[in-house]
Design a protein around this ligand. Structure first.
Ligand SMILES: [Zn+2]
Length: 256
């Protein structure tokens, strides 16, 4: 019933993947999309997808790893995209939070992968931190390349920013912070985003939802986030979970 559209099962915090998968399946989560951070974790995603029916993956280079993005890295990522379980290019974007960062280097890394997504007919999973203005500008000037759409992962901005992203044809994904006590602005965003453009994710092992904050997050916690979103929208929980699944399958069209 549930889908986790963004997680990092390749993370070293997960020492026993068999039991992580078993637990989330037991919790009604039947699909988890593993996001790559660079070519190595993207390849790990592919291997996990080969081992577990419920795992799909995205391949990409995260902005914080853009300093190691070169032709070789690009080729390795590009090679993974034809895999039947590679559903997106991600996670890619801009991160002006973790210092030191090189804005131009990040933009080139992001743009090269937006091109790749267009070429490979795949949607993109976007990471944006402390970079709203540059992000919107870059996306707007490359709108023609976003033919297969995309999603702003772990959205944390304003209603105005969400509105701009929706105009660009992008989905908005909600994660654990929606359940935090200080989520005031996000609650407004959640009410604003049309049901058919909402996605949910854990970003595990990070960002465990309330009241599990501080623990290692896993896809088994996605029902908590989906239920919070359904409640904010005055929707039946099961119905809304199904809506999110339909949305995910529309965007990530390679999902079975
Ligand atoms: Zn992530």
């Amino acid at each position: 019933m549930y889908i986790d559209t963004h997680c990092h099962l390749h993370d070293e915090k997960f020492t026993d993947i068999d039991s992580v998968v078993e637990e989330y399946l037991k919790n009604g989560v039947d699909i988890a999309i593993n996001m790559g951070c660079e070519s190595t974790s993207s390849l790990q995603g592919k291997l996990l997808a080969e081992k577990y029916d419920s795992v799909y993956f995205a391949a990409g280079c995260h902005p914080s790893d853009s300093n190691q993005f070169n032709q070789n890295e690009f080729d390795k990522i590009a090679q993974l995209t034809s895999d039947e379980k590679c559903v997106a290019i991600g996670e890619i974007g801009l991160d002006f939070y973790w210092e030191p960062y090189d804005k131009e280097e990040q933009k080139q890394c992001f743009l090269a992968q937006i091109e790749l997504a267009k070429q490979e007919k795949l949607p993109i999973c976007i990471h944006s931190r402390n970079a709203t203005e540059d992000m919107l500008k870059l996306l707007k000037s490359n709108k023609d390349k976003l033919l297969y759409g995309g999603v702003m992962h772990c959205f944390s901005g304003s209603v105005e920013t969400a509105s701009e992203l929706i105009k660009l044809g992008l989905y908005i994904s909600f994660a654990g912070p929606l359940t935090f006590k200080n989520a005031n602005q996000l609650l407004e965003v959640a009410k604003f985003v049309p049901d058919e453009l909402c996605l949910t994710e854990t970003d595990s092992p990070y960002l465990a939802p309330h009241p599990l904050r501080g623990t290692v997050n896993t896809p088994k916690n996605i029902p908590v986030i989906t239920a919070t979103l359904a409640q904010l929208k005055n929707k039946d929980n099961v119905e809304f979970a199904n809506q999110v699944k339909i949305n995910a399958k529309r965007l990530f069209y390679k999902l079975k």
